[in-house]
Ligand binder design. Structure first.
Ligand SMILES: Cc1cc2nc3c(=O)[nH]c(=O)nc-3n(C[C@H](O)[C@H](O)[C@H](O)COP(=O)(O)OP(=O)(O)OC[C@H]3O[C@@H](n4cnc5c(N)ncnc54)[C@H](O)[C@@H]3O)c2cc1C
Length: 417
């Protein structure tokens, strides 16, 4: 039944750059109708790009997604799409300036999972995740997420709003459920969107799912099929969480430009950035390339097989592309943790330096210190590079999205948009 109305599982999520570019091309005709159609949750989700796994792991660039529709439409016609594409950069920049919001989330999650009253809450959350709650449409979304690794943005908002304000479950457990299953699971977009629905991100703003809104944006047959419990969405009451202090900006916006010595350099590719040939790493002359999966996170977050299979494909694609662009054979290692794999590989290839793109705030970034010291022990230096566009946009995320967008329009990076 799920498959007939929402046949997303039949859709193959682009896990190579070639497929992602083809998908972007195929989406261009729909980009002109995006502003009007994007909030509708249609079968197959053809009104939205479904490019998020590819964009999140940088198989394709945000700038490529923003520029492609301009081959056919005026910038004003596709502005909504361009803005949505840059919401991800805004969230990443915002979190990057305030990394403690991510570490607070992790601490709160651990406290909830191990606290004295954990069992009852976790049992209720597990029922909602398994699609066994009293609201059938939310059960449908939970199953769609687990089966396909994707949910439409509006469904994510309805589900998160229901989880927090109606089921009264902690937002951190819901964010963990999403991060685990979404192929596009992104520490910034996910944590900050859940905080926004909970009313923590934009003070005074929460998101409540209402029956009338679902009726407006879902096909009627879909709601008819999943009508049990809809009355719970008729007059939902907002859950007011204790106000928190505005998170302060604690991270310097411009790390120093790294320099490489004359020794043997290897390039490390990781799942945060799968486009080495268009990054600052492309100008290096490595003697070896290694792509690693973040197996420590895959295990601790209990990623499902579909997600690890997608990541393995994408890592292999990135390694092959980088290998042929830089003329070096590239290896892929996704079965052991990066902290084990990297020093071993660096020693084997007698490297003096390992160069990589700096991971954004999230699980891989959290391991950097340990990784650095494991490499130092074998006499290897880890040198991290940043994408110039990310560095230029990061300081613009001091306030809300509109301010970021307006400042971005005036920056040199917006000239082609
Ligand atoms: C509670 C909640 C959790 C979310 N968790 C994630 C997450 O873990 N990872 C993730 O990538 N997105 C997340 N989002 C944002 C958004 O839902 C997805 O990016 C979008 O649905 C992806 O589908 P698409 O590629 O078809 O998007 P499209 O509508 O085609 O948009 C094009 C691109 O713009 C970006 N984008 C669109 N909407 C948003 C948005 N609201 N915030 C940030 N970027 C956006 C994405 O890169 C997307 O691929 C979350 C939203 C909510 C409400």
């Amino acid at each position: 039944m799920n498959g007939e109305l929402f046949p997303t599982s039949a859709f193959v999520w682009a896990s190579t750059r070639k497929d992602a570019l083809a998908q972007l091309d195929a989406f261009i005709p729909a980009a002109g109708r995006y502003g009007r159609d994007r909030n509708h949750v249609f079968p197959g989700h053809r009104n939205v790009s479904r490019l998020s796994p590819a964009i999140r792991h940088r198989l394709i660039l945000e700038s490529e997604c923003a520029e492609a529709p301009l081959r056919r439409y005026a910038a004003s016609t596709v502005e909504k799409f361009t803005q949505e594409v840059y919401w991800r950069r805004y969230w990443k920049s915002w979190l990057s300036l305030r990394p403690q919001v991510w570490s607070d989330y992790l601490d709160q999650l651990a406290a909830l999972q191990n606290g004295p009253h954990a069992e009852a809450t976790l049992t209720r959350a597990a029922r909602c995740e398994a699609g066994e709650s009293s609201v059938a449409i939310m059960n449908h979304f939970a199953r769609e997420l687990v089966e396909t690794g994707y949910l439409h943005n509006h469904a994510r908002m309805w589900f998160a709003g229901w989880w927090i304000h109606i089921e009264r479950l902690p937002w951190q457990l819901g964010a963990d459920f999403f991060l685990r299953h979404l192929l596009d699971g992104d520490p910034a977009s996910n944590t900050l969107s859940w905080r926004w629905v909970a009313g923590l991100q934009t003070p005074g703003k929460t998101y409540l799912p209402r029956r009338s809104n679902l009726e407006k944006y879902l096909p009627p047959e879909m709601l008819e099929m999943h009508h049990e419990g809809l009355e719970q969405l008729e007059q939902p009451r907002v859950l007011i969480l204790p106000a928190e202090e505005r998170p302060a900006i604690t991270r310097p916006s411009l790390p120093p430009t790294p320099s490489l010595g004359k020794g043997r350099v290897g390039i490390w590719i990781h799942e945060e950035d799968l486009l080495v040939e268009q990054s600052p790493l492309a100008s290096l002359k490595p003697v070896a390339i290694l792509a690693t999966g973040d197996a420590a996170t895959w295990t601790s977050l209990r990623y499902p097989k579909t997600k690890t299979a997608w990541l393995r494909n994408a890592l292999t694609d990135a390694a092959n592309r980088a290998g042929s662009a830089l003329g070096v054979e590239a290896q892929v290692q996704a079965d052991s943790t990066t902290i084990e794999a990297l020093p071993h590989w660096a020693t084997e290839h007698q490297l003096q330096q390992v160069a990589a793109m700096r991971p954004e705030i999230g699980p891989l970034h959290d391991q950097l210190r340990e990784l650095q010291s494991a490499l130092t022990k074998v006499g290897v230096e880890l040198v991290l590079f940043d994408c110039p566009e990310d560095l230029a946009l990061r300081p613009l995320a001091t306030g809300g999205f509109l301010g970021f967008w307006e400042k971005m329009q005036k920056s040199p990076f917006a000239e082609d948009l």
